[in-house]
Design a protein around this ligand. Structure first.
Ligand code: SF4
Length: 670
């Protein structure tokens, strides 16, 4: 009988390290030599361990060996530090759901710190999982989350450290299957040669079960290993949402491969059976409860706005029950209600009020990650401001107007105006807040220097309003932070055909911005111009970007895997070595001679000479709708939010029909 053990402390966890392939004896001596060994010591509260016991409750050696051999060993990898990975909500969901499937063990692994990576290489010890220190190369399956494009070199580093050849073509039959998924997998072509399969969509709600149960049963039928890679991949390619690049290339998988969504997100119980509480402090040290999936506000630059359609909401009862159970079981003192746009959740005020009552006097706070300018209601502000929820006025309010001028906000379909922002700021500062964070972008399609300068004008207005409205006691402490990123056109969005700024032009516009933003009272920060350039290069790249990623990774000797080590010169040198012109590559789907958006006819011309690398993959949203939205951007036409509850607001993107799922909003009735 196989039994899941949840361990609650290091002593018990050490006792569970019975796996005969455990690397623990070799890893333990290294931990005293590296920073933050708590990243690697396992045994966190809520961690799940498999232990084999016979029917008498004793772990007989033969029973144990047989049981371990028949388990499908699945590694779940977040290719960044433990602190970042443990903060990832999807990892918690997957860890919980995989461990609930009979005969499958999920174990976590992260990109180790540079110091441990070096020691592992020196000692020739492969990268390992946390739960039982299995070498990654000994797993059956390694699932890797791709949170954004800049982690692609880190994926290669994880594979190499784990003793797995980085190119799938070089892997032998005994190597694990590498399956990637997550936000940056909607254009997987730049990473395709390094992976075996790509999952498109939401893994919870059935897809994960389909994939892993199929693999588990194949392993059980074949003995103690999966059948041949070719056979296994052919079976996986039959599962909706799974893309196998080698089979597609061989004509054995047909386009479109369509994104999978959770059909019962709104109704499924989502109180997880295991909740991890890390030893090493994660970036987000709190309980997270997902209240809503999807955002159909329709910002035309936003990939998540496309890849999570349509909107589905959980009931207020479910959310409150999950938050209460989670807090009781973990001891966290903060619960964050998450979604792409939490304040759009239909019953947000009711949920906040109920949680406020439930956690009164316990010191537990409730937070919301970001707010929209146009739905920051007075009631919501009052609830958030109340110390009973813990979200005190000391915390900052975050808004994302994205563009400085109304014209450009119309181009991107932002749907908010200057007056709404000013009114919101005035209200917030009148009621005691004194910190505000504003997000903007530069380089959006059709942007002019006047649009960039308009960001400065808007920030000036916000500062003036804040000073006028702030309570006298708070005036000295007003803090306005302005964060400016560079627009990166993403696959599957209405702006997928638009040009991206080259680094020199980004720097020129950043200078305009710097001159336009008031120096006193405002803290200005921006994304690195070259980092955004590389992000864009990969985001719209084809299979031919893969050698570049590999060259950058190998020439940096793995250093580029660490985001803090980003150095554009690695990319420039690698491009020169491979005879690649980066500036041509980044905008090859657009007319680089023009700074304006292409006409529809010209776009089609460009597409014929260079088809979009992701055109065989579908998010469920029709390409005609994307074209219409691109045209609406130029006309400045507004597309309404289809989650308004009014069917007349459906703009017929076709996601609901193609994915066989409907908009679901929470109501008082449930
Ligand atoms: S089909 Fe209509 S309702 Fe469904 S996501 Fe698209 S626009 Fe919204």
């Amino acid at each position: 009988m196989m039994q899941i053990m949840q361990t609650y402390g290091i002593v018990e966890s050490v006792m569970k390290r019975a796996h005969n392939k455990s690397l623990w004896p070799r890893i333990e001596p290294l931990l005293a030599q590296v920073e933050r060994p708590s990243r690697y010591i396992n045994g966190e509260y809520g961690a799940v361990h498999y232990d084999a016991v016979d029917n008498d409750g004793d772990a007989g050696e033969s029973d144990q060996a047989a049981a371990v051999a028949s388990l499908l060993n699945v590694g779940l990898c977040y290719p960044a530090s433990y602190e970042l990975g443990q903060s990832n909500q999807a990892l918690h969901i997957l860890y919980d759901q995989v461990n609930q499937i009979e005969g499958i063990a999920a174990q976590r692994t992260f990109l180790p710190g540079e110091d441990l990576s070096a020691r592992l290489r020196e000692e020739q010890i492969p990268l390992f999982t946390l739960e039982d220190y299995t070498a990654l190369c000994d797993l059956d399956v390694l699932g890797i989350t791709l949170p954004h494009e800049l982690v692609f070199p880190a994926v290669l580093e994880v594979l190499d450290l784990g003793g797995i050849p980085i190119r799938s073509a070089d892997r032998t039959e005994d190597m694990p299957l590498i399956i990637v998924g997550g936000p940056a997998s909607y254009n997987p072509e730049p990473i395709a040669p390094f992976v075996d399969a790509v999952f498109l969509g939401e893994a919870d709600g059935g897809a994960l079960q389909d994939i892993l149960v199929s693999l588990r049963d194949m392993k059980a039928a074949a003995g103690d290993a999966l059948p041949s890679r070719a056979q296994t991949l052919e079976a996986l390619a039959q599962i909706p949402g799974v893309y196998v690049p080698t089979l597609f290339d061989a004509g054995k998988q047909q386009a479109p491969i369509t994104r999978r969504v959770s059909q019962d997100f709104h109704s499924a119980s989502f109180v997880p059976s295991c909740l991890l509480v890390p030893y090493a402090e994660p970036i987000h040290d709190r309980l997270t409860v997902e209240v809503r999936r999807g955002c159909t506000r329709g910002c035309r630059f936003c990939q998540a706005g496309i890849t999570y359609r349509p909107v589905r909401e959980r009931s207020a009862d479910q959310i409150v029950a999950t938050a209460v159970s989670g807090i009781e079981r973990t001891g966290f003192d903060e619960v964050s209600l998450t979604s792409l746009s939490t304040t759009d959740y239909s019953l947000i005020e009711e949920v906040l009020m109920r949680l406020k009552r439930r956690f009164a006097g316990t010191g537990v706070s409730v937070s919301i990650p970001s707010l929209r300018v146009d739905n920051f209601s007075i009631d919501l502000a009052r609830i958030l401001a109340d110390r009973g929820t813990g979200a005190s006025k000391k915390s900052s309010l975050t808004f994302a107007p994205e563009a400085g001028s109304q014209r450009l906000r119309d181009v991107i379909n932002k749907g908010v105006d200057e007056q709404q922002l000013i009114d919101t700021v005035a209200y917030a500062f009148e009621h005691g807040w004194h910190r505000i964070k504003l997000y903007f972008m530069i380089g959006l399609p059709t942007e002019t220097d006047e649009d960039v300068a308009a960001i400065g004008d808007l920030v000036n207005m916000v500062l003036h309003t804040a000073r006028e409205a702030a309570l006298p006691s708070k005036r000295g402490g007003i803090q306005i932070s302005v964060s400016v990123s560079t627009f990166v056109p993403k696959a599957h969005t209405p702006f997928q055909w638009e040009p991206q700024l080259l680094p020199e032009e980004t720097l020129r516009r950043q200078k305009i911005l710097q001159d336009a933003i008031p120096r006193k009272g405002v803290k200005l920060s921006w994304h690195d111009a070259e980092g955004s350039f590389v992000e864009g290069l990969i985001a719209r790249g084809g299979r031919d970007i893969a050698p570049l990623i590999e060259e950058v990774w190998s020439s940096s000797q793995g250093a580029i895997a660490y985001v803090d080590n980003f150095d554009f010169s690695y990319w420039q040198t690698a491009a020169a070595n491979l005879d690649i012109d980066l500036t041509t590559l980044i905008n090859r789907t657009v007319d680089t001679t023009s700074s304006v958006v292409l006409s529809g006819a010209h776009k089609r011309e460009v597409e014929e000479s260079y088809p979009l690398p992701w055109q065989h993959l579908s998010t469920g949203v029709s390409i005609d709708w994307l074209r219409d939205e691109a045209a609406a951007a130029i006309a400045g036409d507004f597309t309404p939010d289809c989650a308004s509850g009014d069917p007349a607001d459906c703009s017929n993107c076709e996601a609901c029909d193609n994915l066989d799922v409907d908009v679901r909003l929470a109501t008082e009735e449930g």
